[in-house]
Design a protein around this ligand. Structure first.
Ligand SMILES: [Fe+2]
Length: 387
């Protein structure tokens, strides 16, 4: 097995870079786009200027504004109906991970109707296979700094029937262009800044210990993850204190996609357990949920990554062992206002079901060492009262 890095996304980062959207679409010959976003982003005034600039460049714009957090398959189907009616030759997503993932899924379903769910059920993100028909080019403008969906081949879609978040992975999902403009992120309220920023942090930390990261260590993957961790530790508290601080917002914008690139070897129990809590208790707070058992995860897997533990310890200014890093991480989470699972509304009587769910996904399957369901219940009990 080899380290393999190949992403086809043009990444542009910097204050004001989103103004390139219309020109970029025109240069590529786009005549009609489907713009995908949610009402919150529109109400924040982040969508209309892009629609106006595209229309001023003679690009026809159809809209799909029904994006919701943890987008379910039903919303993807509604979006696909809109796409079939409007027949766009490109997609634009403005928003957080839910909007970008919805755009990816609608694009795939529009160009290859009926095969999306089969991909998800059969592959569950373990393989990256092409669709039969080419997808339309996707342009993304992230308004949060967290999911890293702007550089990922994955669309996460919720199957309500199965109570499961499906990672639908295909190289065809990659955006063509990601215009990562921190100016679009300055209006994010602190709780969203914290939850999305901690999602990025989870990707980077879990990326140090996900299955392939241990099997095929790579200094390239490691450099993405460690730089993202360093940036979040430095920039997230500043962005929470002063949302208009462009240096901190820029640092977080970089962290979001660098952490995802650092997590290409797979994630770990933060996301396994976070997804399971969300699925079982129907709580929609991805970033906070996935952060809940990161301290326990790091301590549990510390033996596989001694060098990374030393580097984390030095950044957190604690001793270089798993237990100390666990405490250091808890301190950082407290500083960022991570709520306890109790505050997030988790029902502790569901802990066993959550623990079982956590053992079903890919991140558990590829882990170098696997906690028992009883151990997961213990972690949940700890996080229930908070870090
Ligand atoms: Fe995540």
């Amino acid at each position: 097995m080899f380290y393999d890095f190949d992403i086809p996304v043009r990444i542009v980062v910097g204050e004001g870079c989103s103004a390139q959207l219309a020109e970029s679409l025109s240069t590529a010959g786009a005549k009609k786009v489907l713009c995908v976003y949610d009402k919150g982003v529109e109400d924040a005034g982040l969508v209309t200027p892009f629609i106006e600039s595209m229309e001023a460049s003679d690009i026809e714009v159809a809209r799909f504004d029904k994006v919701v957090p943890d987008p379910p398959m039903e919303v993807v189907e509604v979006g696909t109906d809109v796409a079939e009616k409007e027949k766009p030759d490109a997609f634009v997503a403005v928003g957080g991970g839910s909007s970008i993932d919805t755009a990816k899924a609608v694009n795939a379903n529009y160009t290859n109707r009926g095969t999306l769910k089969d991909h998800a059920l059969n592959l569950n993100g373990m393989q990256i296979l092409p669709y039969d028909n080419p997808l339309k080019p996707l342009y993304v403008l992230p308004t949060t700094a967290g999911t890293g969906s702007e550089v990922s081949p994955t669309a996460v879609v919720t199957d309500k029937e199965l109570k499961l978040k499906l990672s639908i992975a295909s190289r065809d999902h990659y955006p063509k262009v990601a215009l990562i403009d921190p100016a679009l992120m300055v209006g994010m309220p602190p709780p969203i800044t914290a939850s999305t920023g901690l999602d990025a942090f989870s990707h980077a930390v879990e990326g140090l210990m996900g299955g392939l990261a241990v099997l095929i260590p790579s200094p390239m993957r490691l450099s993405f993850a460690m730089t993202a961790i360093e940036q979040v530790l430095e920039c997230l508290p500043v962005a929470l204190e002063d949302g208009a601080n462009m240096k901190a917002r820029t640092g977080m914008a970089y962290s979001a996609f660098m952490s995802l690139l650092g997590a290409y070897g797979g994630l770990s129990f933060g996301h396994a357990v976070g997804h399971a809590i969300g699925e079982v208790c129907e709580i929609h707070n991805h970033g906070f949920l996935c952060s809940s058992v990161i301290p326990q995860t790091v301590e549990y897997l510390a033996e596989f990554i001694p060098d990374q533990i030393s580097r984390l310890a030095s950044l957190l200014k604690v001793n270089a062992d798993g237990a100390s890093v666990k405490q250091g991480l808890r301190g950082f989470y407290r500083k960022c206002g991570l709520p306890s699972l109790k505050e997030m509304g988790m029902d502790l009587s569901m802990a066993k079901e959550i623990a079982h769910h956590a053992t079903l996904g890919q991140y558990y399957l590829i882990a170098p060492k696997k906690p028992s369901e009883e151990e997961f219940v213990q972690w949940l009990e700890e996080a229930y009262e908070g870090s």
